[in-house]
Design a protein around this ligand. Structure first.
Ligand SMILES: Nc1ncnc2c1ncn2[C@@H]1O[C@H](COP(=O)(O)OP(=O)(O)OP(=O)(O)O)[C@@H](O)[C@H]1O
Ligand SMILES: [Mg+2]
Length: 235
């Protein structure tokens, strides 16, 4: 099992977290800018919103700003060497956490259901929990993008893969990958200005640095799957 103790590993981890920071800041930053632009236009118009409605719009932006501050704070803690060490963790708990974290964002687009599938309660893996959560969240948010405004579901599974390994699947019933091999490459995106093409490349590096593998595939039933395989903790 790889750990993050050598200086080059630490730099690699910092690079991953930095890339993750840019990736996660991208959408709340864009949304905040657009929200403020809209509000400024409304306030300057002939029929400005009343103060209560304007304050509610400011609150929505503030919520995003607080989230961005929390993300930057997490990066600073990593840079100072707090956290960022692999430790035994329950893959079920990690997946449950992602479920909780991502559900509010998906609730805005109520046509997408985020479901918990198979579980493996006693399993333990040795990972940097925050990084692995980020990798799973990347897959879930990609699935949500792929389903878009249609109705659809995303299901998170944890199960035994082969002896000594677990698989963590993020399944969706969207259109599936256009090009699987391109999609995991850094810089490849089909989302125009909205996408950086960083998500899956970053998730792959995160999983590989924990001694595992990440695979993108199209399911026989239709839809996409991101399969993360990780070794079980020894002993
Ligand atoms: N669940 C999915 N279903 C279909 N296509 C997908 C799915 N997940 C990813 N893709 C494809 O893979 C591409 C790369 O995904 P990736 O997360 O790396 O970048 P992105 O989502 O385009 O941008 P960002 O860097 O903001 O995440 C996507 O643009 C999309 O074409
Ligand atoms: Mg993405």
């Amino acid at each position: 099992m790889k750990n993050f103790t050598s200086p080059s590993d630490k730099l690699l981890t910092l690079g991953l977290v930095g890339l993750g920071l840019a990736h996660e800041l991208n959408s709340p930053l864009t949304a905040s800018g657009l929200g403020l632009e809209l509000l400024a236009d409304q306030l300057r118009s002939a029929d400005p919103p009343d103060p209560v409605a304007a304050a509610a719009a400011v609150d929505r932006v503030l919520g995003r700003v607080r989230r961005m501050a929390a993300l930057v704070d997490r990066f600073r803690r990593f840079a100072r060497g707090e956290g960022g060490r692999p430790a035994p963790a329950s893959p079920d708990a990690i997946v449950d956490e992602v479920h909780e974290l991502v559900r509010p964002a998906l609730a805005e687009t109520s046509s997408i259901r985020l479901l918990r599938g198979e579980r493996l309660p006693d399993a333990r893996i040795v990972v940097d929990r925050i990084l692995l959560e980020q990798a799973v969240a990347i897959a879930v948010l990609n699935s949500a993008d792929a389903i878009g405004d249609n109705a659809g579901s995303i299901t998170l599974h944890v199960a035994e893969y082969v002896e000594g390994w677990i698989r963590l699947d993020v399944d969706d019933d969207g259109p599936g990958f256009d090009s699987i091999s391109d999609s995991v490459e850094l810089g490849y995106s089909t989302k125009g200005d909205e996408g950086m093409g960083v998500g899956l490349a970053l998730a792959t590096r995160i999983v590989e640095s924990a001694g595992g593998s990440l695979e993108a595939l199209n399911r026989d039933e239709g839809g996409a799957r991101i399969r993360i395989c990780l070794p079980l903790a020894e002993g």
